[in-house]
Design a protein around this ligand. Structure first.
Ligand code: ATP
Length: 934
């Protein structure tokens, strides 16, 4: 088999390509052959830069500025003969490095898993079955189907091209889409054909902008045209979130502050008669204490783990910074079909000539009857009904398939259950089921010789809102069968089949049809119109506009698409959380409004705006309206962009969903672009920040909730780490200013800072959300991370921790002025305990009493392990000389517990009082809100 990339595939006829690649233009490859080829050719991927090896990640932990200072301190200790200090500092640096390494490796792993989840898929036919597989598993010879919105997954020779247009700017720089065909190119000019003119090939990485097609894969991975030019594709860039960038900046300021403080402490210490070396080490330790070196790593871990939680709730984050923006979302604009509704359509009504038929049955099971005025009737009883059913069946790309599953009962008796499924668009699936109910056949039927064949398809798009097929009958006559949005089809019709007669479509008949459409739409039905015409002098490839006109309207079909069960409560949650919900749909105004009412979106004050009304509005007028509109109906994807801009101009942070290729601009412009995982096109997914694995609205709300939680958790451990650092600095600072002996020895400061703090901070990063997370208004995007009182909490709690530690030290020293080691041990343990108690306070923005202490198991274990470590350092004989500690008595412990508890409990009582006041305020505000809805 020859699959060399140099081969000029465009010079071969489609059949020759299929043969050369030992494939099959109808069945594709067998699974087994595909596996064999995959092993031979490798994955269909562009080579990425190598990932950083683990040892490099480990070494990176020691590149820090703070670690550098510590190394210098170690060297100085070593040269001054303080070997024990030098070794201990090194040991602490290594333990800290290992902790950092574990965190980073964990974050890296989950982000890698995320990348794999978001990788592209391809529609492939193998053994005659169509399925979606990861594009990386494609092999030469695979038969691939292309649709508008797909990114072409490999280089392909096209076998079919139905108005297929591909935008190849990734490869050729030319942004005007190229119309593709399947004709082989003239061999004479073969050697000079540039890529842009190889019209029968589709190239990896280019984008299908319209039509449909299929082709045989001729090259994969680095053998493709894009592989040849992009020899090395950089692994997706690591983007820093705005918060990470801000924290990095803050880190720089803290370095300067730390150095200044260090100098003050050293000078004050030496002034009061302390040894220069001791003061130097103390200064260095303090500098280390002041720099929150653990912060960036923990932020990354908190983001990565949060993102993992989102995956578990079916939301895949494509762009990390959006995790922060999610919590600020103030409007969620959502598609209707499939996101708010189940996208499980069932036809319930058929109407023509003022006669309404009801169709029974549910789901995709092709069993049901037609009723007219309460009586069962034959679906072939009149010509118009038969014609509607014919169009429903033929102007359709969906397939109805039946899977049989055999089960055996306890007695070993076999039973077969049949499970009906739809492959393709659910709207079309429902029409296939309707046709099957009418004819009693679920698949192809009749004598193929007598059947008409499809010559061409004018694919559905959401601007025209209709689809047609051209068929050639057994008699050689061409006809056009059309279905689509009722008004759209009606607008292109000039005649109507009314009471069995072909009649001109008069204004009153037109009005009658529209009236009926509204009536059905008012029952939350999706209403489609059906029409046909006989084509005279048909030529293939004629412009769509010249075909879809002068139609004969036949009738209407109404189908239900029930709302998703979980959507109602998700919308309720949004309202509680101060998030406005908006429906944007291509569907009929009345259908959209009826569904919006069912799911609790129209809270009595929502307006409905149609696409054509929107067209007549200036941007300013739209911005004014946008505040009140709840449902946008009959809109095209282009309208979505204007809606996003209008809402943004009013200060909203907008989340916008989309699936089709034309939705990409709106998704990109919105603050949080959301793509559908199941029905979404590659182009939309690539533009999106978030992909919904289940296309479900409730998943967006879950992601917002997680987004809020992640941000809150980041605030929690920033608060914990910084308050701890402030406490450590202040205890030393005050002691020096008051002329006291050193309350903590340098090794103890390092230990507290690098070892005891780390685990509890990490555990805060995965803390459960506070009960009222979704009862708060969305956060302001410009809010400072220290906003809403966080800065004050850090300083006040830090001050109390420092002051209480110093008090415990001073009381112990006063009792026994000759035993400095004892007093220092008490100060050391008080500091550790105060922080370990304070960590529980950090879980709540109100007070420690607002939350169950044992809820976060990781935190409980982290605190226990930090406690065990500190007890070890105090009581193990061998460690006492290293950490300059001594055994503590019960009396010491009593003092420690009282002093270390004060910062948290004093603040806790304050918090309870304050939250009581704000609760009363909230109740008052909410009472006012109920009077005047926002
Ligand atoms: P949403 O935008 O919420 O997903 P939608 O699915 O109704 O709603 P579109 O896909 O743009 O939006 O469809 C617009 C209209 O086009 C539908 O209301 C329906 O009348 C019609 N329509 C939808 N699918 C088809 C199809 N396969 N063939 C013909 N007409 C269709």
């Amino acid at each position: 088999m020859d699959t060399q990339p140099i081969r000029k595939w465009y010079t071969l006829a489609a059949a020759d390509v299929t043969e050369a690649l030992h494939s099959d233009a109808a069945q594709g490859l067998t699974q087994q052959e595909a596996e064999r080829r995959l092993a031979k050719h490798g994955a269909n991927q562009l080579a990425e830069n190598k990932r950083k090896p683990l040892y490099a990640v480990f070494l990176d932990q020691f590149k820090d500025f703070m670690v550098l200072i510590l190394f210098i301190a170690t060297l100085i200790s070593y040269f001054l003969g303080e070997y024990l200090d030098a070794i201990t500092i090194i040991a602490i640096i290594i333990i800290n490095g290992i902790l950092g390494f574990i965190q980073e490796a964990k974050a890296e792993r989950s982000l890698q898993a995320l990348k794999e989840l978001a990788s592209p898929m391809a529609r492939v036919i193998r053994e005659g079955q169509i399925s979606m597989i990861p594009a990386s598993r494609l092999v030469p010879g695979d038969l691939v189907v292309l649709e508008a919105g797909d990114r072409v997954p490999a280089d392909m020779r096209l076998l079919t091209a139905n108005r297929l247009e591909i935008e190849e700017s990734a490869l050729t720089g030319e942004s005007v889409p190229v119309a593709k065909n399947v004709k082989k190119l003239d061999t004479a000019q073969a050697s000079t054909v540039p890529l842009g003119d190889q019209k029968n090939l589709a190239f990896m990485g280019t984008m299908v902008t319209g039509g449909t097609g299929s082709g045989i894969v001729v090259a994969t991975g680095m053998d493709t045209e894009i592989g040849k030019i992009a020899h090395m594709m950089n692994a997706a860039e690591e983007v820093e979130t705005p918060l990470q960038a801000r924290l990095e900046q803050m880190g720089k300021i803290l370095v300067v502050v730390a150095l200044l403080l260090t100098i003050v402490v050293i000078v004050a210490g030496v002034w009061h008669g302390h040894e220069l070396f001791t003061m130097f080490l103390a200064g260095v330790s303090l500098a280390v204490a002041a720099i929150p070196e653990g912060l960036p790593a923990i932020v990354t871990v908190a983001l990565a783990l949060g993102v993992q939680r989102m995956i578990r709730r079916n939301a895949i984050v494509r762009k990390l910074p959006s995790v922060e923006t999610l919590g600020c979302a103030s409007v969620i604009c959502s598609d209707k079909t499939g996101t708010l509704t189940q996208n499980k359509m069932t036809v319930t009504h058929v109407w023509h000539s003022d006669s309404t038929y009801e169709v029974t049955g549910s789901g995709y099971v092709p069993e049901g009857a037609f009723h007219y005025q309460g009586k069962m009737v034959s679906p072939t009883r009149d010509g118009a009904l038969t014609q509607i059913i014919r169009i429903a069946d033929r102007c359709n790309n969906a397939r109805l398939i039946c899977e049989e599953q055999g089960t055996r009962n306890l007695l070993g008796m076999g039973k077969t259950t049949r499970h009906w499924q739809i492959v393709g668009d659910p709207t079309e699936g429902a029409l296939k089921v309707l046709a099957a109910k009418a004819t009693g056949h679920a698949g192809e039927r009749g004598n193929p010789k007598q059947q008409s064949v499809r010559v061409e398809e004018l694919p559905f798009d959401s601007d025209r809102k209709m689809m047609s097929v051209v068929e050639k009958g057994a008699d050689g006559v061409h006809s056009l069968l059309t279905k689509g949005a009722a008004e759209a089809v009606l607008a292109r019709s000039t005649h109507i089949l009314w009471g069995g007669q072909l009649q001109p479509l008069t204004a009153s008949l037109r009005h009658r049809v529209l009236e009926q459409t509204e009536l059905m739409a008012g029952q939350a039905l999706r209403v489609l119109g059906f029409a046909y015409k006989t084509l005279q002098g048909y030529r293939p490839g004629q412009p769509i506009g010249t075909l879809e006109n002068n139609l004969v309207f036949v009738g209407l079909v109404g189908m239900i698409d029930p709302p998703r069960e979980e959507v109602r409560s998700a919308i309720n949650l949004c309202h509680q959380a101060g998030i406005k919900t908006v429906m944007i749909t291509g569907d009929h105004k009345v259908t959209a409004e009826a569904i919006a009412r069912q799911i609790g979106m129209m809270r009595g004050y929502g307006e409905v705006l149609e696409g054509r009304e929107l067209d007549g509005m200036s941007d300013e007028a739209l911005a004014e309206h946008a505040e009140r509109v709840t449902v946008y109906a009959r809109v095209s994807p282009e309208h979505k962009l204007r809606i996003v801009r209008a809402l943004q101009s009013k200060g909203h942070v907008v989340a916008m969903t989309g699936d089709g290729v034309n939705d990409a601009p709106a998704i990109k412009t919105s603050d949080i672009g959301i793509a559908m995982g199941i029905t979404g096109t590659d182009v939309t997914k690539e533009a999106a920040d978030l992909v919904l694995r289940d296309d479900n609205f409730a998943t967006i709300v879950a992601a917002v909730e997680e987004g809020r939680n992640i941000y809150d958790n980041i605030r929690k451990f920033i608060r914990y780490l910084l308050a701890s650092n402030v406490g450590e600095i202040l205890v030393m600072f005050f002691a020096m200013l008051l002329g006291l002996p050193l309350p903590l020895v340098p090794i103890q400061i390092l230990w507290v800072n690098l070892v005891t703090d780390g685990l509890p901070a990490m555990a805060l990063g995965v803390d459960q959300a506070e009960a009222d997370t979704m009862y708060q208004r969305p956060r302001n995007k410009a809010e400072n991370i220290f906003g809403r009182g966080l800065g004050w909490k850090i300083i006040s709690r830090g001050f109390l921790i420092g002051a209480m530690t110093l008090l415990a030290f001073w009381l112990t020293l006063r009792e026994n002025p000759n035993d400095l080691v004892h007093a220092q041990t008490v100060a050391f343990v008080t500091l550790v305990m105060a922080q370990l108690i304070h960590v529980f306070d950090c879980r709540s923005q109100y007070s420690v009493f607002h939350r169950n202490v044992f809820e976060n198991k990781y935190l409980v274990w982290a605190v226990i392990s930090s406690l065990v470590l500190v007890i070890g350092v105090v009581y193990i004989d061998a460690l006492q000389p290293i950490f300059k500690t001594t055994d503590l008595s019960l009396r010491d412990w009593a003092l420690i517990l009282v002093t270390s508890g004060v910062p948290t409990f004093v603040a806790g009582i304050g918090g309870v009082l304050a939250s009581g006041r704000s609760q009363a305020g909230r109740e008052k505000r909410s009472a006012m809100r109920t009077v005047r809805p926002d």
